[in-house]
Design a protein around this ligand. Structure first.
Ligand SMILES: [Zn+2]
Length: 47
């Protein structure tokens, strides 16, 4: 599980990575809806 931070609204959210490779992965922020790059917005890796 990763902790991500949205670059737009700065909220943090958990992200379950399906594969070890994050390059090119994008996620839509659950708070503001912005789609952002997963690999460049990881706050912390856990588990
Ligand atoms: Zn956001």
């Amino acid at each position: 599980m990763l902790l991500l931070r949205c670059p737009q609204c700065k909220h943090t959210m958990n992200y379950q990575a399906a594969t070890p490779t994050l390059a090119g992965k994008r996620k839509s922020c659950v708070y503001c809806g912005k789609s952002f790059d997963v690999g460049s917005n990881v706050v912390r890796k856990s588990g």
